[in-house]
Design a protein around this ligand. Structure first.
Ligand code: AOF
Ligand code: ZN
Length: 359
């Protein structure tokens, strides 16, 4: 199961609108007969690929699958049917698939065919691997992870706005890996203008793993230009705009950017809830938010952040620097304990903490 989870994790960011499932097939004799992982764009499913590799070696064998095998038939039989047909005796499932076409029906189909089905081990890891898929199925929006790089005192820039070199090269490479493992990256137009970022994954060998770049356009913020536009050939660019700003986007659309029109909030920006729902409807299962302060604060205020990746440096900037998070208007202390650290480690001279929303 750990191998299957690792396979799934490697495919994160490449399989949307489908989950990144990993599968390991062990033949009756106890040796690994095949591996499979969901294909780019979501098809073929992991089990299909593994079964094709295993040929006729599976009677009496065991399948380890990170997500409950699907029960729905498309052009081909469901994965649950295929596993049973291959003569597999036992299927070990990481976590249940909430997709209404499966949601227990995959396991039931297997059990009905005489296959033993068990859940776990490592169910927590399987849930984490498929959190984006589960979020999209249950809430209709992608899982939202907020990435921040802040000083010891929680500042993301000095009073002059200098922020680019806050964390060291190792933390920055790690952040590029995060980009590769998410379906999309979301920033506000202010950040796009100030930093002129590419928002691509530039790790050696992972150049083709850049996520969809999504920019939230406010009532007055300038439209993206510079690197986001010049790199349109290497990664998609989606613009979230209100009806009011839509007429401004013709040129960018002609250059290949996609424009999603949304209802405006009270400040004339696209409303966050509907914006995320629109991204979910387009198939995105996970987005990583990379700034700036306004969008991070608005997402937190609306309780739309599911996870945090918080890079910390040993620098002290002072209260004249820019705070990572703006005013939230929270007064009662219990309200402020929203996240818990699930993992933390050093990364070069810096630290990284992974936090999840405490349910
Ligand atoms: C599996 N194995 O590797 C994946 C599964 O549009 P379709 O027909 O490809 O079905 C998509 C659904 O299949 C998706 O919502 C999820 O429930 C499941 N994904 N299932 O058995 C896989 N990726
Ligand atoms: Zn399937």
């Amino acid at each position: 199961m750990r191998t299957a989870l690792a396979l799934g994790r490697q495919a994160l960011g490449t399989t949307w609108p489908n989950p990144a499932v990993g599968c390991v097939l062990v033949a009756a004799g106890g040796h690994v007969a095949a591996h499979g992982v969901t294909g780019a764009g979501g098809r073929p499913h992991a089990e299909t690929q593994a079964l094709a590799q295993a040929g006729n070696r599976m009677p009496g064998g065991t399948a380890y699958v990170t997500l409950e095998p699907c029960a729905h038939r498309g052009a081909t039989p469901s994965c649950a049917e295929k596993l049973a047909e291959a003569g597999i005796a036992r299927v070990v499932v990481g976590t249940r698939d909430p997709d209404p076409r499966t949601d227990g029906a995959g396991a039931a189909l297997l059990a009905g065919a005489g296959v033993t089905v068990t859940y776990g081990p490592h169910e927590d890891d399987a849930r984490r691997l498929h959190a984006g898929h589960v979020c999209r199925v249950r809430l209709g929006r992608p899982q939202v992870t907020l990435k921040l790089a802040a000083s010891l005192d929680g500042r993301i820039a000095t009073s002059t706005g200098a922020s680019q070199w806050l964390t060291g090269p190792m933390a920055r490479q790690h952040a590029h890996l995060l980009r590769a493992r998410h379906d999309a990256i979301l920033v506000g137009a202010g950040t796009a203008l100030r930093d002129d970022p590419e928002l691509t994954c530039r790790l050696p060998g992972l150049g083709d793993r850049s996520p969809v770049r999504v920019v939230m356009i406010g009532a007055k913020t300038p439209l993206p230009s510079g690197r986001l536009v010049s790199t349109l050939g290497s990664a998609p660019l989606w613009l979230l705009v209100t009806a009011e700003r839509r007429p401004d986007t013709g040129e960018l659309q002609a250059a290949g950017a996609e424009v999603l029109e949304l209802a405006a909030d009270s400040c004339g920006r696209p409303s966050l809830g509907p914006a995320l729902a629109a991204l979910g409807a387009r198939g995105l299962t996970s987005v990583i938010v990379e700034g700036g302060q306004a969008i991070a604060t608005a997402l937190l205020r609306n309780r739309l952040v599911d996870a945090l990746v918080w890079y910390g440096t040993d620098a002290i900037v002072g209260s004249d620097g820019l705070a990572a998070i703006g005013a939230l208007g929270r007064t009662a202390l219990p309200e402020t304990t929203n996240f818990r650290t699930v993992r933390a480690r050093r990364i070069g001279p810096d630290h990284v903490r992974f936090l999840e929303r405490a349910r």
